[in-house]
Write a protein that binds this ligand. Structure first.
Ligand SMILES: Nc1ncnc2c1ncn2[C@@H]1O[C@H](COP(=O)(O)OP(=O)(O)OP(=O)(O)O)[C@@H](O)[C@H]1O
Ligand SMILES: [Mg+2]
Length: 221
Protein backbone atom coordinates (compact mmCIF):
# COMPACT_ATOMS: atom_id res chain seq x y z
CA UNK A 1 0.00 0.00 0.00
CA UNK A 2 2.70 2.46 -1.03
CA UNK A 3 0.09 5.07 -1.93
CA UNK A 4 -1.26 5.31 1.58
CA UNK A 5 -0.81 8.54 3.46
CA UNK A 6 0.70 7.75 6.83
CA UNK A 7 0.39 9.06 10.37
CA UNK A 8 3.95 10.41 10.07
CA UNK A 9 2.85 12.47 7.07
CA UNK A 10 -0.12 13.87 8.98
CA UNK A 11 2.21 14.89 11.79
CA UNK A 12 4.52 16.51 9.23
CA UNK A 13 1.51 18.36 7.76
CA UNK A 14 0.64 19.93 11.10
CA UNK A 15 4.24 20.83 11.75
CA UNK A 16 4.57 22.53 8.34
CA UNK A 17 1.28 24.36 8.90
CA UNK A 18 2.62 25.63 12.23
CA UNK A 19 5.85 26.79 10.56
CA UNK A 20 3.94 28.54 7.81
CA UNK A 21 1.75 30.38 10.32
CA UNK A 22 4.84 31.50 12.25
CA UNK A 23 6.42 32.77 9.04
CA UNK A 24 3.30 34.62 7.94
CA UNK A 25 2.14 35.94 11.29
CA UNK A 26 2.73 39.58 10.30
CA UNK A 27 0.73 39.21 7.10
CA UNK A 28 -2.15 37.56 8.98
CA UNK A 29 -2.13 40.41 11.50
CA UNK A 30 -2.05 42.99 8.73
CA UNK A 31 -4.98 41.38 6.88
CA UNK A 32 -7.04 41.24 10.08
CA UNK A 33 -6.10 44.84 10.91
CA UNK A 34 -7.71 45.93 7.64
CA UNK A 35 -11.10 44.25 8.13
CA UNK A 36 -11.13 42.87 11.67
CA UNK A 37 -9.42 43.46 15.01
CA UNK A 38 -5.81 42.62 14.11
CA UNK A 39 -5.66 39.50 16.28
CA UNK A 40 -5.74 36.69 13.70
CA UNK A 41 -1.93 36.47 13.41
CA UNK A 42 -1.45 36.38 17.17
CA UNK A 43 -4.36 33.94 17.63
CA UNK A 44 -3.01 31.50 15.07
CA UNK A 45 0.58 31.87 16.25
CA UNK A 46 -0.37 31.13 19.85
CA UNK A 47 -2.34 28.03 18.83
CA UNK A 48 0.16 26.67 16.34
CA UNK A 49 3.05 27.09 18.81
CA UNK A 50 1.11 24.90 21.19
CA UNK A 51 0.48 22.41 18.37
CA UNK A 52 4.24 22.31 17.69
CA UNK A 53 4.88 21.64 21.37
CA UNK A 54 2.39 18.80 21.42
CA UNK A 55 3.85 17.30 18.26
CA UNK A 56 7.23 17.01 20.02
CA UNK A 57 5.66 14.43 22.29
CA UNK A 58 4.01 11.61 20.26
CA UNK A 59 2.33 10.21 23.36
CA UNK A 60 0.43 13.51 23.76
CA UNK A 61 -1.09 13.22 20.29
CA UNK A 62 -1.96 9.53 20.15
CA UNK A 63 -0.92 6.65 17.95
CA UNK A 64 -3.53 6.98 15.22
CA UNK A 65 -4.76 9.70 12.91
CA UNK A 66 -8.10 10.09 14.71
CA UNK A 67 -6.41 10.65 18.08
CA UNK A 68 -3.90 13.06 16.51
CA UNK A 69 -6.70 15.12 14.96
CA UNK A 70 -8.76 15.19 18.17
CA UNK A 71 -5.76 16.32 20.16
CA UNK A 72 -4.99 19.06 17.62
CA UNK A 73 -8.65 20.13 17.56
CA UNK A 74 -8.69 20.52 21.35
CA UNK A 75 -5.44 22.50 21.27
CA UNK A 76 -6.78 24.85 18.59
CA UNK A 77 -10.13 25.35 20.32
CA UNK A 78 -8.51 26.09 23.66
CA UNK A 79 -5.54 28.21 22.54
CA UNK A 80 -6.32 30.00 19.23
CA UNK A 81 -9.54 31.53 20.51
CA UNK A 82 -11.45 34.15 18.51
CA UNK A 83 -13.64 32.93 15.67
CA UNK A 84 -10.91 30.93 13.96
CA UNK A 85 -9.93 28.58 16.83
CA UNK A 86 -13.27 26.79 17.15
CA UNK A 87 -13.61 26.74 13.34
CA UNK A 88 -10.23 25.13 12.65
CA UNK A 89 -10.95 22.91 15.66
CA UNK A 90 -14.22 21.84 14.05
CA UNK A 91 -12.33 20.92 10.87
CA UNK A 92 -10.04 18.49 12.70
CA UNK A 93 -12.71 17.19 15.06
CA UNK A 94 -15.04 16.29 12.22
CA UNK A 95 -12.26 14.88 10.03
CA UNK A 96 -11.17 12.69 12.97
CA UNK A 97 -14.40 10.74 13.00
CA UNK A 98 -13.47 8.95 9.76
CA UNK A 99 -10.07 7.76 10.94
CA UNK A 100 -10.28 6.43 14.48
CA UNK A 101 -7.73 3.69 15.06
CA UNK A 102 -6.21 4.19 11.60
CA UNK A 103 -2.55 4.95 10.94
CA UNK A 104 -2.71 5.27 7.13
CA UNK A 105 -5.38 6.35 4.65
CA UNK A 106 -5.93 6.18 0.91
CA UNK A 107 -6.31 9.32 -1.16
CA UNK A 108 -10.06 8.62 -1.38
CA UNK A 109 -10.23 8.49 2.41
CA UNK A 110 -8.27 11.72 2.61
CA UNK A 111 -10.79 13.45 0.35
CA UNK A 112 -13.61 12.15 2.57
CA UNK A 113 -11.78 13.45 5.67
CA UNK A 114 -11.41 16.89 4.09
CA UNK A 115 -15.10 16.87 3.11
CA UNK A 116 -16.04 16.00 6.71
CA UNK A 117 -13.74 18.73 8.01
CA UNK A 118 -15.35 21.30 5.72
CA UNK A 119 -18.80 20.20 6.91
CA UNK A 120 -17.63 20.67 10.49
CA UNK A 121 -16.56 24.26 9.75
CA UNK A 122 -19.82 24.97 7.93
CA UNK A 123 -21.91 23.56 10.73
CA UNK A 124 -20.02 25.52 13.34
CA UNK A 125 -19.85 28.88 11.52
CA UNK A 126 -22.90 28.69 9.25
CA UNK A 127 -21.04 30.43 6.44
CA UNK A 128 -21.60 29.66 2.77
CA UNK A 129 -19.18 30.17 -0.08
CA UNK A 130 -18.72 33.84 -1.13
CA UNK A 131 -19.28 35.21 2.39
CA UNK A 132 -15.58 36.11 2.64
CA UNK A 133 -14.44 33.54 5.18
CA UNK A 134 -12.11 30.55 5.39
CA UNK A 135 -14.83 28.58 3.57
CA UNK A 136 -13.83 30.41 0.37
CA UNK A 137 -10.42 28.70 0.45
CA UNK A 138 -11.49 25.39 1.99
CA UNK A 139 -14.52 24.51 -0.12
CA UNK A 140 -12.87 24.90 -3.55
CA UNK A 141 -9.90 22.89 -2.25
CA UNK A 142 -12.14 20.04 -1.10
CA UNK A 143 -14.09 20.07 -4.36
CA UNK A 144 -10.88 20.07 -6.42
CA UNK A 145 -9.51 17.19 -4.36
CA UNK A 146 -12.68 15.15 -4.87
CA UNK A 147 -12.66 15.86 -8.61
CA UNK A 148 -8.99 14.89 -8.87
CA UNK A 149 -9.65 11.63 -7.02
CA UNK A 150 -12.55 10.88 -9.39
CA UNK A 151 -10.18 11.48 -12.32
CA UNK A 152 -7.73 8.99 -10.85
CA UNK A 153 -4.87 11.42 -10.22
CA UNK A 154 -2.17 10.48 -7.73
CA UNK A 155 -1.80 12.18 -4.34
CA UNK A 156 0.76 14.74 -5.52
CA UNK A 157 -1.27 15.87 -8.52
CA UNK A 158 -4.58 15.79 -6.62
CA UNK A 159 -3.25 17.87 -3.73
CA UNK A 160 -1.68 20.32 -6.17
CA UNK A 161 -5.14 20.82 -7.69
CA UNK A 162 -6.50 21.42 -4.19
CA UNK A 163 -3.70 23.88 -3.51
CA UNK A 164 -4.39 25.90 -6.66
CA UNK A 165 -8.12 25.94 -5.91
CA UNK A 166 -7.43 27.16 -2.37
CA UNK A 167 -5.12 29.87 -3.70
CA UNK A 168 -7.73 31.13 -6.18
CA UNK A 169 -10.39 31.03 -3.46
CA UNK A 170 -8.19 32.96 -1.04
CA UNK A 171 -7.37 35.64 -3.63
CA UNK A 172 -11.03 35.89 -4.65
CA UNK A 173 -12.00 36.90 -1.10
CA UNK A 174 -10.53 40.34 -1.85
CA UNK A 175 -13.41 40.93 -4.27
CA UNK A 176 -16.11 39.90 -1.82
CA UNK A 177 -18.15 41.77 0.76
CA UNK A 178 -18.09 40.05 4.14
CA UNK A 179 -21.38 38.85 5.58
CA UNK A 180 -20.00 36.76 8.49
CA UNK A 181 -17.74 37.58 11.40
CA UNK A 182 -16.28 40.94 12.39
CA UNK A 183 -15.48 41.94 8.80
CA UNK A 184 -19.23 42.05 8.07
CA UNK A 185 -19.52 45.15 10.32
CA UNK A 186 -17.65 47.05 7.59
CA UNK A 187 -20.23 46.27 4.91
CA UNK A 188 -19.00 47.33 1.45
CA UNK A 189 -15.76 48.69 3.00
CA UNK A 190 -14.65 45.06 3.47
CA UNK A 191 -14.28 44.80 -0.33
CA UNK A 192 -10.70 45.11 -1.58
CA UNK A 193 -9.10 43.22 1.30
CA UNK A 194 -8.14 39.56 1.39
CA UNK A 195 -9.75 37.60 4.22
CA UNK A 196 -7.31 36.60 6.99
CA UNK A 197 -9.03 33.29 7.80
CA UNK A 198 -9.10 32.29 4.12
CA UNK A 199 -5.37 33.03 4.09
CA UNK A 200 -4.61 30.74 7.03
CA UNK A 201 -6.90 28.10 5.48
CA UNK A 202 -4.80 28.39 2.32
CA UNK A 203 -1.68 27.66 4.42
CA UNK A 204 -3.46 24.61 5.81
CA UNK A 205 -3.96 23.29 2.27
CA UNK A 206 -0.51 24.38 1.10
CA UNK A 207 1.16 22.47 3.92
CA UNK A 208 -1.11 19.47 3.22
CA UNK A 209 0.06 19.46 -0.41
CA UNK A 210 3.68 19.53 0.73
CA UNK A 211 3.38 16.84 3.41
CA UNK A 212 0.61 14.55 2.17
CA UNK A 213 1.07 14.80 -1.59
CA UNK A 214 4.72 15.08 -2.45
CA UNK A 215 6.07 12.78 0.20
CA UNK A 216 3.58 10.10 -0.85
CA UNK A 217 4.93 10.37 -4.37
CA UNK A 218 8.51 10.12 -3.14
CA UNK A 219 7.63 6.94 -1.24
CA UNK A 220 6.14 5.37 -4.34
CA UNK A 221 9.14 5.88 -6.56
N1 LIG B 1 -18.91 32.15 10.56
C1 LIG B 1 -17.71 31.94 10.05
N2 LIG B 1 -17.48 30.86 9.26
C2 LIG B 1 -16.24 30.64 8.75
N3 LIG B 1 -15.19 31.43 8.99
C3 LIG B 1 -15.37 32.51 9.75
C4 LIG B 1 -16.62 32.84 10.33
N4 LIG B 1 -16.48 33.96 11.06
C5 LIG B 1 -15.18 34.33 10.95
N5 LIG B 1 -14.52 33.46 10.19
C6 LIG B 1 -13.12 33.47 9.84
O1 LIG B 1 -12.38 33.85 10.98
C7 LIG B 1 -11.43 34.84 10.60
C8 LIG B 1 -11.14 35.76 11.79
O2 LIG B 1 -10.46 35.04 12.76
P1 LIG B 1 -9.88 35.75 14.08
O3 LIG B 1 -8.92 34.78 14.68
O4 LIG B 1 -9.39 37.10 13.73
O5 LIG B 1 -11.14 35.83 15.01
P2 LIG B 1 -12.05 37.11 15.34
O6 LIG B 1 -13.13 37.18 14.34
O7 LIG B 1 -11.21 38.31 15.54
O8 LIG B 1 -12.68 36.62 16.66
P3 LIG B 1 -12.99 37.49 17.95
O9 LIG B 1 -13.87 38.57 17.43
O10 LIG B 1 -13.70 36.54 18.85
O11 LIG B 1 -11.65 37.97 18.44
C9 LIG B 1 -12.06 35.54 9.42
O12 LIG B 1 -11.08 36.08 8.58
C10 LIG B 1 -12.86 34.45 8.73
O13 LIG B 1 -12.11 33.78 7.73
MG1 LIG C 1 -9.69 38.99 14.47
Amino acid sequence: MSQDITLAQFRRWLSLFAEQVQEQVDLLTELDAAIGDADHGANMQRGMRKVQERLQDPTATGGDIGSLFRSIAMTLISTVGGAAGPLFGAFFLRAAKDVDGTDAVSLEQLAAMFRSGLEGVQQRGKAQIEEKTMIDALQPAVEALEAAVAEGLDAAAALDRALEAARRGMLHTAELQASKGRASYLGPRSIGHQDPGATSAFYLIQSAAAALGRQAQAEES
